[in-house]
Design a protein around this ligand. Sequence first.
Ligand code: FCB
Length: 474
Amino acid sequence: MNRSEFLKLCAILGIGSTIPKSILANDLFNDLRSSDFGNDFVWGTATASYQIEGAWNVDGKGESIWDRFAHQPRNIKTKENGDVACDFYNRYNEDIELMRDMHIKHSRFSISWPRLLPEGTGKINQKGIDFYDRVIDKYLKENITPWATLYHWDLPQKLQDKGGWENRDILGWFEEYVSLCAHKFGDRVKNWMVFNEPGTFVPLGYLIKIHAPGKFGFNHFLPALHHVSLAHGVGGRVLKNVVKDGNIGTTFSCSHVDPYKNNERFIQSAKRMDAFTNRMYIEPILGLGYPTAEIPKLKKMEKYFKPDDEKNLPFDFDFIGLQNYSRIVSKPLQIVPGLHAMNVKAKKLGHDITEMGWEVYPEGMYKIIKQIAAYKNIKKIYITENGVAFKDSFVNGNINDTKRIQFLKDYLKQILRAKKEGVDIGGYFVWSFMDNFEWAEGYHPRFGLVHVDFKTQQRIIKDSGKWFSEFLQK
Ligand code: FCB
């Protein structure tokens, strides 16, 4: 339906006046072009070290918590692991050339801490440095701008053996690691993200043991959260000092939260859910503290506070990376410790569901962008992850993933809507460039624009990859 057909239909239905002018003005119903987002808008794809590199114990790399976790029975649904993954360690040249051929001009990737510092601190693994030097140089040679994430969850196991993020000494270990990356790669990499989604790896890894390192309970969660919060400033300050002309950010997983029913109990549950999912991670970094009013359990955090922490928690990032896939619909549930709420299963909500069991809800992207943009000290937002896993089917050697194309278009329209309303959004990265190891799920949910045959390591560009490539040229 084009815009005028839509307006006609509204007139017939008598609903024209209820549609916000901004939506109509934004012309959401025409087909999208990348140029609609402006000439300086950054378009890219994203990956992460453990999910693609493989070579888990090669050339001096130390063990990470994900190596350990995935090697233990029962942690990964499919009993798979990231030992080989996409074998990017050996195939980065061809993969980066494929990116180039697809007209992708920006690539978000992460650096594996134990590849550089096998014990987490101390001895440097030169072969690890050489690997990232080669990767970065290849990106630059192919005119692709590298965007590096320092921590996408693969903590050195040796540091976990000393308590990992629960041990306050990690602030010093992290500083050493960030400083090494900044000094070695900061001459060529200008765009940096300190963390990938604390709102995922801290609760899943330290509260409900679904992710590495598989810890359970608030006694693990609270110190881990506080040290991760503090480490934002630690990393940010090092990068600011060392990287000349750096663009320094960090990323948060954010989801708009709606109450399942429109009554006070459900509305309050949604407030707690929002505090737990979104505010708890971003607000300390913005100088607003932890949302203790909604989550009183956070008051116990005081135990882990040192005198200067309040001063050191905030950091003035150049940008915030917002990562969104779905929304959360909340209901009250007393038995859930600390939160007393639960998300309603996506299948009850009447929308399409992804292979991850997540609801397809494009408008949630718009709403969460507006929510995050309303914080007054955020300078710029990049959408550093968005994408989807549907069941991909082969037809005559092609992967006709039309649902993924539709998903990306629908979400992009909502990003454009927020941008046209004045939110300073600088770019968008699809998760993911290629199918990869999806953490506790294994290789089954496929998020890539490029299909990977994990037996042969053959890559095939999906229809969504072809669409994205054409879209980037328009
Ligand atoms: C995000 C992670 C990313 C990937 C996508 C599907 O939470 O940052 O590594 O797993 O979800």
